[in-house]
Design a binder for this molecule. Sequence first.
Ligand code: PMP
Length: 408
Amino acid sequence: MSDETGPGTGGDLFSKFDDIIALREGLLASGQEDPFSLVMEKVLSPTRAICNGRETILLGTYNYMGMTFDPDVVDAGKQALEDFGTGTTGSRVLNGTYQGHKECEDALREFYDMDHAMVFSTGYLANLGIISTIAGKGDYIILDIDSHASIWDGCAMGNAEVVPFKHNDIEAMEKRLKRVPEGAGKLVILEGVYSMLGDLAPLKEMVAIAKKYGAMVLVDEAHSMGFIGENGRGVVEAEGVLDDVDFIIGTFSKSVGTVGGFCVSNHPKFEIMRLVCRPYVFTASLPPSVVATAATSIRKLQHAGNKRGHLWENSKRLHKGLTDLGFQLGTAECQSAIVAVIMPDLEKGAALWEALLKEGLYVNLARPPATPANMTLLRCSLCAEHSDEEVGTILGMFERAGKATGII
Ligand code: PMP
């Protein structure tokens, strides 16, 4: 096969994907619906869409706080579209900083009560940019082995020494920190909520240890912003360590309900990032409608205590209901709005995923490399806009589909 690609190519560069191509073809050959190419034909609300011609309850989005159809948020986006046009057509450091980008950064500074906020075009770019810019050659990054891909990619881009430790293992983290050579720059990277199993980091202990060894600390709060902590500032707030962390990374693609990423910090020199951080400088800034929806949503999330309460109720009820039905879950107790159902293998996972879709329920099928320990998961993420009745309906769907596929 490699000889057929022409002279001088040195073989088919796609041959490295043969295993995943075979795995996918094998799965689809059994008549299984493709879990990775579902199309939402119409979106009716934060919790309902038409998928494959059928009205479906959404239990696999990151729309935790249900802000995507909030009338104030939608109006802000429409107004910005009319007033400022469809896009900035430029970088933040040239023509791409509009009034709306500054207002969005003001909203973030207020939300976190921090001195500096920098908005990126996605959360992926925020991790890529901040990590690769602050930790370079000769510096050490100590990070949880289950960190998100954007964190790993930021580490690789910066060329620092990367030292992973076992997931959520406080002692292993300390051991790694102890071994860092005297005088080297140190960055500890943690996540508030780990998105595959929905478990929390023991931030109080870990942040204290990082500080003891003189390391800077970056916490990715993508899956907790808006929901966890009294004011929705994340696990750092719930654990009382907000003032001890150096950088919080977040995204607008989850609770905020649009797209974009950010970093907030109290570091006195933080603003220099705007000139030296390549994934901030060398890409176009977010469209004005997006930053307008983000700013409005963030301001509303500051006062969303009732929604946070309802999302906790939904999450705890689903966790308990699925446990009672006999499903194996990623955590013994409900810790976040993510409830991960552990599947014995990909085939069973895909079968239950399809059975649920036919019942009218969408969840995420997650598999390696996204998942830890080679697991296949059906990942459920709740929304503050799911009604009590919907949570009951979801449990009934899981019971029927679980029995039909022999999983319970
Ligand atoms: N960090 C974590 C922990 C995430 O789960 C994600 C997205 N799933 C990101 C960062 C990237 O966010 P975005 O979608 O804004 O690129």
